[in-house]
Design a protein around this ligand. Structure first.
Ligand SMILES: NC(=O)c1ccc[n+]([C@@H]2O[C@H](COP(=O)([O-])OP(=O)(O)OC[C@H]3O[C@@H](n4cnc5c(N)ncnc54)[C@H](O)[C@@H]3O)[C@@H](O)[C@H]2O)c1
Ligand SMILES: N[C@H](C(=O)O)[C@H](O)COP(=O)(O)O
Length: 329
């Protein structure tokens, strides 16, 4: 079977459709010529065929290794203008991709950005792809990790209001997150003994209990259990100084306790070339490091770099198993 990636083309009013067409053109151009994109690789764009034709300047049908799985819009889409009905369309594209994986028609899903707000406005509770794919894969935990600029930053909690974060950092969550992170760094990234830095939750990792107790009560014991299980976890470390370049370079990945503890660092280091990876799924899933950029939709100015990196990373991850090859951060 060819190495087939499914690319969901994202929120129709955003930059996803046009970037997907640009990425498809790039993919067809390097396929079989660049070692990173072998000649047996295929890319299936999932989305409304008319929308893709309208937003992109390429004839997708003429591109080698590229095809389109048509999913109809729920209503016509204009660049930059969200339409509530199309919140369901976005989920239709995700469901089509999940079905392709379930039927062994593809090995990986790459996602262009969606707008979480409009999907919720359409009446479906939706926190993000990460949580949606976890639920549909029937696994009890996945881990969001972004890679770029020489860093890998994983998150112990994902799309939660900040107020809910401390309660979500439980022994069970940390045990599962550390296990998945360690296992996937080994199996998908070719790291024999990954070193993982674990952030504290509070300023200065709680300052010995004077600035919060989660480090003493929950995080340090979880690191102890992980180490006893053979995971090379270190911490809890103050997040501000962990991310000093010479310090973080000593680790293969950093585990942040919440979204905006880890991702601003990663995006500062690599916005436009970073990749969002879901660990712990039974298949490979990667995505871009940016959102729907409604302000740029239809202008042709959006940078396709992160989507191209997401495609390359998905290809490398699908190969890591058979070749034992590593995937760079
Ligand atoms: N993978 C995903 O599906 C994903 C990721 C992040 C954010 N989002 C969603 O996107 C929506 C908008 O989020 P936001 O406004 O915080 O972030 P955003 O990334 O859409 O925009 C932030 C800024 O970056 C610029 N930008 C974004 N992508 C760019 C690109 N490819 N090239 C050049 N400039 C680019 C935008 O013009 C804007 O100025 C939200 O609903 C958010 O949840 C989705
Ligand atoms: N947390 C991601 C980011 O900031 O880039 C983004 O919201 C996408 O998340 P999903 O992959 O879960 O949609």
């Amino acid at each position: 079977m060819p190495r087939r990636l499914v690319l969901t083309t994202g929120e129709p009013a955003g930059i996803g459709p046009e970037l997907s067409v640009v990425a498809a053109g790039w993919f067809a151009g390097v396929r079989g010529r660049d070692a990173a994109v072998p000649g047996d690789a295929e890319l299936v764009l999932v989305g409304d065929r008319g929308l893709l034709a309208q937003r992109g300047a390429l004839d997708l049908a003429a591109l080698p290794g590229v095809s389109v799985r048509h999913v109809p819009l729920r209503e016509p889409s204009e660049p930059g203008r969200l339409a509530v009905a199309n919140g369901r369309y976005v989920l239709d594209t995700l469901d089509a991709a999940i079905a392709m994986i379930g039927q062994s028609q593809a090995q990986a899903i790459v996602t262009a950005p969606v707008h979480k707000g409009v999907i919720n406005d359409a009446g479906v509770a939706f926190s993000g792809h990460t949580e949606y794919l976890q639920e549909h894969a029937g696994v009890d935990k996945v881990v969001m990790m972004l890679a770029g600029g020489g860093l890998r930053v994983a998150l112990a909690t994902t799309h939660l209001p900040l107020r809910a974060v401390p309660d979500a950092i439980t022994p069970e969550t940390l045990d599962r997150v550390l296990r998945i992170l360690d296992a996937d760094l080994r199996s998908r990234f070719g790291l024999a003994a990954p070193r993982i830095a674990v952030c504290g939750l509070n300023p200065h990792a709680g300052e010995g209990g004077h600035l919060g107790h989660e480090e003493i009560d929950v995080i340090a014991p979880a690191i102890g259990r992980a180490r006893a299980a053979g995971i090379d976890a270190h911490g809890p470390l103050p997040a501000d100084t962990l991310f000093v370049p010479s310090h973080v370079a000593q680790y293969d990945a950093a585990l942040a306790m919440f979204h905006d503890q880890g991702l601003p660092v990663l995006k500062h280091a690599s916005f436009g070339h970073g990749v969002n990876i879901t660990l712990g799924l039974p298949y490979v899933r990667t995505s871009v490091d940016h959102g729907t950029a409604l302000d740029l939709a239809g202008t042709g100015k959006a940078d396709p770099g992160s989507l191209q990196e997401a495609i390359l990373t998905a290809l490398q991850m699908t190969r890591a198993g058979d070749a034992g090859a590593g995937v760079p951060a």
